[in-house]
Design a protein. Sequence first.
Length: 429
Amino acid sequence: MKIAIVDGYSTGSLLAHKLGQRGVEVVHLRSQEIAPPRLLPSFRPALYSHDFGHFPDPADAVRALKEAGVDRVVAGTECGVVLADTLAHELGLPGNRFEGVEARRNKYAMARRLAAAGLAAPVGFSTTDPEAAVDWFRAAGGTVVVKPAASAGTDNVHICTTEDEVRSAAAAVMAGTDYFGNPNPSAVVQKYLVGTEYIVNTVAVNGVQKVSDVWLSAKTHGPEGAPLYDYQQPLPLTAPHVAELVEYVVAAVTALGITDGAAHSEVMLTADGPVLIETGARLMGAMLPDVLERHSGTSHVELLALALTDPEGFHAFRDTEVRWSRTVRNVWLINGRAGTATAWHDRFTALPAFERLVTGVREGRPVRRTVDMATSPGYVSLVADTEAELDRDLAAIRALESAGCYVTEPMAPAETEPLNSLESERISA
């Protein structure tokens, strides 16, 4: 079997490794001429038998993959979603429904597609004019979120309560590039959803959806108005509200045409029920599959690898029977000021519940102030028997951060440095 991964960065590298362990030959191609610098450190060329690079003309990619005898094409990360689905369609291979493929990247089109299917969706507006964004905000009233139409993480996300904030946020979005370096031709303005945020990860084979894991996703407000991840914690499928969330997300990803492959859905449980924030037709990023598999028996990566290589095994998998032997929590790190990095790693590895540290910040190098996910120093995976133990170590991490544990001195104003990488180093207990 031969599988092509488009943009095999981040969790895409973990998928390539997992497929290789199953005896699959894996090849690679890029959706962009220049790979996103913030994702490139996570790319592992040795995992692929061949790297085709970038094809300016998708027709050339189709011919190359056909000649190579590729059996499947999948996205490794968010920027590869549209090209992966397009190539699978052109090659006549199993894949997501091609009709509506753009709605799997454009957040405004995504919400419209959900609403057309009769599902709860964010109320929003898309525009290329900051003044039109202000007009919509004025008519809608209340708090809104302004963000790029197609990006990832918390990149260029603004929570706004005034006309000036909306105007400034929309202008900033359209003047900038997205998480992957592409221009933002438009901004999406959506009513702010109030509730508790969750993650539901699914994998589908021929329209049959199964759940690998469900997470509580706790966020806090960043210094520049963007939400920051606080921590993420997988939940038992028997936990309150999980069945309701799963039912809604399965309907949502089906409405988005995700019938063959992975989906990573962020959903807000509001007073009126679940509402999709967004879905990525790919694996969840920033995860440690081996940790999850050790304590639950599966992971998003493992379930996708099973679906791609053993459809019968996938159909036999009973997602409702997944049980967690211990409690896992990924704590996102928040640096309060830019400066030169100290030797800070050992302060976290000494925590009683410490499992692993994922970071690209090294001693003696500049580290940026955390204003979004991309500028976080990384995350710490904690594993314990009780919630109280996790709460204790979370409090210890935040106390260390309040004391300025990451930096020794402020960074000079003129000094610049690439964004912190979350993929380049994984330190285990």
